[in-house]
Structure formats: structure tokens, C-alpha cells
Design a protein around this ligand. Structure first.
Ligand SMILES: O=CC(=O)O
Length: 321
């Protein structure tokens, strides 16, 4: 006689306290250790579940859904992104899919600005210099950066996070333009001008990339498009896979770009050697939403989505909803 597994699988350890509301109502399997399940572990863990709380490391595709079985009701992704999920395959089986928009906007926009400032003012480079023990002294020409006031900022992907990045630009007196597939209504545009993609690139001395990764945006910023940026531009990448990392490294190497910053990577946790070799890039290990408050809110929203669906209701934040 087989024993049914707990109805909920949480694939990754979450911020403290987050799953208590879940486990108060449903038995759940939650890992004790803090690492992503490998593919075999994941496929072995999903059979019989009604709900799975996933992260970007968990690929949800036909094989996952076949392994899970027909009683699966919801996949709740602990991220605003969802490129790990085959939405069509989930829809074909009637599996609801949710993500965590909104709650990570502030933290992620703050991180974009932290990286923007670090890149334009060469903070990583300066820090490395001091820690290396290399002799240095102040001089009128030592480690000069790029000043922000009056410098045009481009936002590629003016969703919630892009809008929050644009809002913060007012404090730095930067004129802002953006590109989305369609221009936003004025009340959402944060006083920024919409431009076609190539025009945005040609006029953005600082470009922040916040558009979601999809088939349409993968490597959207390839070598050719990076070459449209003004000489000495700065690129801040908040979405893995949209900027071609090798092309970015080459543009830094040639001096075409002044600097860059990258918060997450196409093949995490691998970081391309070509980027590691560049002094003028600030590299962060996917910290966009990494604050205590935001991670509790993301986990809490994923849990609320599961509770809503298992309780027979509608999810709070369905993808595309
Ligand atoms: O970390 C990235 C996301 O939440 O999509």
C-alpha cells in the first residue's frame, strides 16, 4: 500500500517564518538544507503533490508535470520572473501558475541604483585596489567616474521595477527615456519619454535593463545593439539573458563602454570568465530582491497563492493575470 505524500512541496528553504501559515493548514515537505534540488530529486519529489512552491532553479516542463500527475493544481513561483516555467504545458493540464510581482519592486529598484552608482563611480574597482595593498594616492585625475546629473538614463522594460528605477532618477536629476513594446499611459510613465529600441540605445548614456527574459528578449542586447549605445555608456543589467554577457565583456574590453553592472547571470551560478576579467564591471550574485522584508513578502505571496488555490479560490497573482 502506497502512502500519499504531503500535498505541498516547497523546493527550497524560505525566509524564516514564511511557511508557518502554509503548514498550519497543509502538510508540506520542505527541505532542511539550503540548496536547489537537482533535476532527479525534483522529479522524484513532485509525484502526488497538489501544490509545488518553486524557485527559478526548478524547471517546470512536460517531464515535471508528467511526474507530478493530474492532481497538481498550482505551481507557485517564488520570483517575479518565470522563464523556468512552460506556461503552455501548465495551461494544457489546467495547472495554475503564479509569481510574486509587486512585493520585490522597491528592493530590486534600489539594487539597480546601488549597481548604477557603483559602476559609474568605480566603487568596486576602488575597493579592490585598496584591498590589494597596491600603493595609491589622491590625485586630480585618479579614478574619475561619470557624473549623473543631466546624464540621460534609458530604462529598457518599464514595468513595475523599471518605473521604480525611473522614479529614483528624479533625485539624481537625470532625464529618463524608456522602451516597452507599447508606450505606457502618461500616469505610469514617470515623466519618461518612450523611444523605439534603437533610438533609446543611441541616446542612453546609462541604460538599465529591467525587461523580463522571454523568447523575445533573450540576447536582445547583442553585440550589434550594444554598439548603438553612445561611446562611454554604462549598462546595468537586472535580468539574466537579455544582455549577451560575452558581447558585454567585449564592449568593456574594447573601451566602447565606460562600465557595466550585472546582477544575475544566464547560467547561474556560473559567471563568464570574460566578465570576471573586466575591471569595469560590478558583479553581484543575484541580489536584486535580497532583503529580509522582500524575501518574506515573496515567500508570503507564494504561500497565499497556494492557500487560495487549494482552498478552491482564485490565485492572487497568476502569471499574466
Ligand atoms: O530574481 C528574479 C526574479 O524574482 O524574477
Amino acid at each position: 500500500m502506497s502512502i500519499d505524500p504531503p500535498p505541498v512541496l516547497v523546493t527550497r528553504r524560505l525566509a524564516p517564518g514564511v511557511i508557518d501559515r502554509l503548514t498550519a493548514q497543509y502538510a508540506a515537505t520542505c527541505p532542511d538544507d539550503d540548496r536547489a534540488m537537482d533535476r532527479a530529486e525534483l522529479l522524484a519529489a513532485v509525484p502526488g503533490r497538489r501544490a509545488v512552491l518553486t524557485t527559478l532553479d526548478d524547471r517546470v516542463d512536460d517531464a515535471f508535470l508528467d511526474a507530478a500527475g493530474p492532481q497538481l493544481e498550482i505551481v507557485a513561483n517564488h520570483a517575479v520572473g518565470y522563464h523556468n516555467i512552460d506556461l503552455a504545458a501548465c495551461a494544457a493540464r489546467g495547472v495554475r501558475v503564479t509569481h510574486t510581482p509587486g512585493v520585490l519592486t522597491t528592493a530590486t529598484a534600489d539594487m539597480a541604483w546601488a549597481l548604477l552608482l557603483a559602476a559609474t563611480r568605480r566603487i568596486g574597482e576602488g575597493e579592490r585596489l585598496l584591498r590589494s595593498g597596491t600603493p595609491w594616492s589622491w590625485s586630480p585625475t585618479f579614478m574619475l567616474g561619470l557624473e549623473l546629473a543631466g546624464t540621460p538614463l534609458g530604462v529598457l522594460g518599464m514595468g513595475r521595477i523599471g518605473q521604480a528605477v525611473a522614479r529614483r532618477a528624479r533625485a539624481f536629476d537625470m532625464p529618463v527615456s524608456y522602451h516597452n513594446r507599447t508606450p505606457l499611459p502618461p500616469e505610469e510613465a514617470e515623466d519618461a519619454d518612450w523611444k523605439p529600441l534603437d533610438d533609446l540605445l543611441a541616446t542612453s548614456t546609462v541604460l538599465v535593463v529591467t525587461c523580463p527574459l522571454s523568447d523575445a528578449t533573450r540576447h536582445l542586447l547583442d553585440a550589434e545593439r550594444l554598439a548603438l549605445l553612445p561611446p562611454g555608456a554604462v549598462v546595468v543589467s537586472m535580468t539574466a539573458g537579455v544582455v549577451d554577457e560575452e558581447a558585454l565583456a567585449a564592449a568593456l574590453d574594447s573601451g566602447a563602454l565606460f562600465a557595466a553592472a550585472v546582477d544575475n547571470f544566464e547560467h547561474e551560478p556560473a559567471v563568464p570568465a570574460a566578465l570576471l576579467a573586466q575591471e569595469r564591471v560590478v558583479l553581484a550574485p543575484h541580489l536584486g530582491s535580497a532583503t529580509v522584508r522582500t524575501r518574506q513578502a515573496m515567500g508570503g505571496l507564494a504561500v497565499d497563492n497556494i492557500l487560495a488555490v487549494l482552498g478552491g479560490g482564485e490565485p492572487l497573482t497568476p502569471i499574466g493575470g
